[in-house]
Design a binder for this molecule. Sequence first.
Ligand code: SF4
Ligand code: SF4
Length: 365
Amino acid sequence: MMIKPSSSACNLACSYCFYQDLALKRDIPFHGFMSDEVMASLIEKCLSEAERCSFMFQGGEPSLIGLPFFKRFVETVNRLNETSHSIVNYAFQTNALTLDLPWAEFFKENGFLVGVSFDGNARLHNLYRKDSKGEGTAQKVLQSISLLKEQCVDFNILSVVTPAMAENVRPMWNYLSGHGLPFLQYIPCMDPFGEEPGGTSFSLSPDSYAKFLMQLFDLWYENLAGGKGVSVRFFDNLVSMLVGFQPESCDMTGICSVQYVAESDGSIYPCDFFCVDDYCLGNILSSSITDLDAKRKELQFIESSPNKSLACSTCQWEKLCRGGCKRYRNEGAYRYCTSMQQFFPYAIHRLEQVARTVRQQINTK
Ligand code: SF4
Ligand code: SF4
């Protein structure tokens, strides 16, 4: 369950924000802060349905609702879970501007995995991640990262791949590794919902993405070969697939997964990338999980997601690429198809080599 307790509210005004774009395409872009009634209903319905529950907070900026909300959330989960005994995990994606010691202590105490949005280095970050006065925010984010490290909070870094980042892969990598940040995730900058791709100044072209991936891969592999492994989620998933496991990242499975994304008023959507009116599955206050699932089926959200492109069915990279995430497809064609066709031949031998090592390690355990 991904939860947006602050709806689309944010204390940043990033030019490329996909959620602001989606919110502005709804009848009601901002639903206000989440009430305790909605919070309790989400928790009750999740715990009664699932043996394992992941509550993932996102935004907008989820911290804007304030720390007391999250304390009440965890207290409610603990109280209700005394009878349901579900395994509960928490994650929290943040721009890190409001984080201070009480937040860090709370995350540590309750085992939250925190994702910090930081675009690689201060210069790249400040290009797009500006506050309402148009000022860059990198310094504050770096202070928050230091705080999370000091308090031993589990966290990773989420970066948006823009054309500028694709031109500056090595400085970005050197900066992140120089700051001892070993868990990295990159997402290609998303084009506005329902619009032709490539129409904005921050749109990432397939060539730029290919260049980015190849350079990043060289650095990742170099580090690994030198005994200093850094986790890059995309590469980790590819190795995992070559070893024989399913990818854990939804966008790499080739089919949409069952997800529930809750807006602050309790509206539920099937994916963070589709929080628009046409995809609303119902409201947690009035719908059961079964109702929400039935509406998802009626919309054919998952059923329509497997990649059916003819080109893919004969492509040698299909098992690894799987036609990408539905949100990055335009009339069935994956926006980064040519990126994959450049990247895989470049990286496959080294990926297979890493997979062989991992397989040997598994077999000797
Ligand atoms: S649109 Fe992409 S991220 Fe969303 S459920 Fe489908 S594959 Fe997953
Ligand atoms: S590389 Fe292109 S053709 Fe091949 S599987 Fe991916 S999207 Fe399909």
